[in-house]
Design a protein around this ligand. Structure first.
Ligand code: CU
Length: 308
């Protein structure tokens, strides 16, 4: 949304559904087998005994934009998350499986407010800067039932990646360059998320920084396609939530972050006046993860927007 502004008094409403699938685990760039994961030490002192095999993250995002002046557009975005993760539980020792279980969390995530400013405009060239703040409206105390290596089924606080928010106020800067012709669009962007301070449970999610570049082609006034490349670096979690202490890789703050490169493809259809639908897919080309950590498989999103 950082690539455009609206005229003063003009509004835009959008809804975006996004699904991200993860599966398998890596340490660095190496794929890990169950047996390899089980030899890793864990935060509770022993070795890992529970292995996550798959995660599905669904996000529903509702956004509003409003043109305030010629150079400033305001934005608000509300997020709703629906996460599920599959696991295999192993015996206290060895590699014998005792069963499988699924954990789930859902609810509102963090809320973003932002100002998008036109910093430079000259013919086809434009640079926009966005200053965004993420408010900690998402829960960081989600719980669900798990299957332990002892065969018990207690309700525990879920690992960091199943929580719905960061728990901190976060800065979300963005700098976007676009070059627009009648048929073609080219763009480049830096974006980041910087977590301010420590949350109530005693940790800070890893800051991330990303750069991306894209090219788009407009076949006619209604149909366009685009392709993108993006690279992202994310730090480990700093600190620890004392209530997240299970023999599973996702409970270890060190098993977060890394470097990723993604390739994306999308198509947009302007089907009525100012109403557009857009479908996108993204797949990883390269992942160097602070592991053991689950790998990105793919993500897709479906977006509807209307200006008025
Ligand atoms: Cu807009």
């Amino acid at each position: 949304m950082g690539d455009h502004l609206h005229k003063p008094g003009e509004y835009m409403l959008s809804y975006n559904f996004m699904r991200m699938e993860m599966g398998g685990s890596q340490d660095g760039t190496d794929d890990l087998t169950f047996a390899e994961i089980l030899t890793h030490p864990n935060v509770t002192g022993g070795s890992l005994r529970v292995v996550p095999t798959n995660m599905t993250m669904d996000m529903h995002m509702v956004g509003g934009m409003m043109g305030i002046t010629d150079w400033l557009t305001g934005m608000v975005m509300v997020n709703y998350h629906d996460n599920s993760m599959d696991h295999v539980t192993f015996n206290m020792a060895g590699t014998g499986q005792i069963g499988e279980f699924k954990t789930e969390s859902d609810g509102f995530g963090d809320t973003e407010i932002a100002g998008i400013m036109s910093l430079y405009k000259n013919g086809a060239h434009g640079i926009n800067g966005t200053v965004g703040v993420s408010l900690p409206t998402g829960s960081i105390e989600e719980e669900d039932d798990v299957l332990t290596p002892m065969g018990t089924r207690p309700t525990l606080r879920l690992p960091y990646m199943m929580q719905l928010g960061s728990g901190t106020y976060d800065l979300k800067p963005r700098l976007t360059y676009t070059y627009l012709t009648d048929d073609w669009t080219f763009g480049g962007e830096y974006s980041g998320r910087i977590h301010l301070g420590r949350n109530d449970e005693g940790y800070t999610r890893g800051d991330w920084h990303a750069v991306s570049a894209w090219a788009g082609y407009q076949f006619n006034s209604k149909i366009g396609v685009s392709t993108s490349l993006s690279a992202k670096t994310e730090a480990k979690i700093d600190g620890q939530d004392d209530q997240i202490a299970a023999p599973v890789q996702t409970a270890d703050p060190d098993n977060y972050g890394g470097e990723k490169i993604h390739w994306g493809l999308s198509g947009a259809w302007k089907f009525h006046n100012q109403q557009t639908v857009k479908a996108s897919v993204s797949v990883p080309l390269y992942q160097d993860l602070n592991g053991p950590q689950m790998e990105d498989d793919y993500s897709f999103s479906l977006r509807w927007q209307n200006s008025f």
